[in-house]
Design a binder for this molecule. Structure first.
Ligand code: ZN
Length: 157
């Protein structure tokens, strides 16, 4: 049996059929045009590959498509998926009702049931059950309180 010539041997990756290319920084098709659009010095390109964050910055979202390529930078330490910009759709904005529902949910976590103050931070309601000011008996600093207690008023009289 003939020994294969060492020079003829090649590494074969059985799982790489070439259908999912990996690109380096600024090497993907249309990358320069995408960066120009992100800087505001050019229009949004018709075709090209963009990452999810780049889509977000352009006011777009992937729109259900699967990533078709990869982006690798910093010697493989950082990776991202590439999407086709021609299949992207405008990003969704929440309706007023959805924003109100979010605010109600946050208000429930930020409002003290005892003094009715609403704080910017979420309160330890499950463990402490009330705000630190009520628990330890001090007046909270005004920059932590979003909405003061209902019975406090700011009228001069
Ligand atoms: Zn309180």
């Amino acid at each position: 049996m003939d020994r294969p010539n060492e020079d003829d041997l090649v590494d074969v990756d059985l799982y790489d059929d070439g259908s999912f290319p990996e690109y380096g920084f600024l090497q993907a098709p249309g990358a320069v045009a995408v960066f120009a659009a992100l800087r505001g010095t050019g229009p949004i390109p018709e075709t090209g590959l963009v990452t999810r964050r780049q889509l977000r910055a352009l006011g777009l979202s992937p729109g259900g498509q699967e990533p078709i390529a990869g982006l690798t930078w910093r010697n493989g330490l950082r990776k991202a998926w590439f999407y086709r910009i021609e299949l992207a759709v405008p990003k969704r904005t929440p309706t007023l009702a959805q924003e109100m529902a979010l605010d109600r949910a946050m208000a429930a976590r930020q409002t003290c049931p005892e003094c009715r103050r609403r704080y910017y931070a979420c309160l330890p309601l499950r463990t402490q059950g009330r705000c630190d000011a009520c628990e330890k008996g001090f007046e909270p600093s005004p920059d932590t309180v979003m909405i003061p207690a209902p019975d406090t008023h700011r009228l001069a009289a």
